[in-house]
Ligand binder design. Structure first.
Ligand code: MG
Length: 203
């Protein structure tokens, strides 16, 4: 399986990082070794002093497809969950300044905690899905798919023009504003439609 991710998909987050909005979605990947499941703890790597959380809706692909039309895109989603796109912001900024790929800043071990997935049939409107993140019991991020610059069906249509999607692939769909650093001892809890779906302790 592969993990694809969308960057800069909420205007509030683009502003907080002083990034510019692009016409097409910004796409990057994480290796399968980035996956962190079953609410396992996240071990803070020693090579970064600024790992940041980014809570995101995550799509799980249910069948293979390429060049998928937007109107059929939802047929390719098996379920939706929440995930955290852990980002080594210090390393990412250094790479960005030099015009280099983000791979190591986004794809390091365990940088993609994900929840279980809610079947797609349980969502009546893909453009109204809420999610949030608590750090040590306090809400630090909340978002809704209605605020996406590139909505869920467009993301699937866009990526599948270039990269064939396969059953089991995951797509992180971008983070709203409120990203921030984690420290050893922190506890993160991610909610989907008000329900606790994912928790991880920083060790
Ligand atoms: Mg992200």
């Amino acid at each position: 399986m592969k993990i694809l991710a969308v960057g800069r998909n909420y205007s509030g987050h683009i502003k907080e990082l002083n990034n510019s909005q692009s016409e097409d979605p910004v796409i990057f990947m994480k290796p399968d070794t980035a996956l962190l499941k079953n609410n396992n703890p996240f071990y803070h790597p020693s090579w970064s002093s600024n790992i940041q959380y980014e809570v995101e809706l995550v799509l799980k692909i249910g069948k293979e497809g390429k060049s998928i039309a937007e109107k059929f895109a939802s047929n390719y989603i098996d379920g939706i969950g929440v995930g955290i796109d852990f980002t080594a912001r210090d390393l990412q900024n250094k790479l960005k300044d030099n015009g280099l790929p983000w791979t190591l800043a986004k794809g390091f071990n365990d940088s993609a905690p994900v929840s279980d997935f809610v079947p797609i049939t349980e969502f009546s409107d893909l453009k109204n899905i809420s999610f949030s993140l608590l750090k040590n019991g306090q809400e630090v991020q909340h978002g809704n798919s209605s605020d996406m610059i590139h909505h869920i069906e467009k993301i699937i249509a866009f990526i599948s023009q270039y990269i064939t999607l396969k059953k089991g692939d995951l797509i992180f769909t971008g983070t709203p504003e409120g990203v921030g650093p984690i420290a050893i001892g922190d506890k993160l809890e991610a909610f989907l439609q008000g329900k606790l779906m994912l928790e991880t302790e920083i060790k």
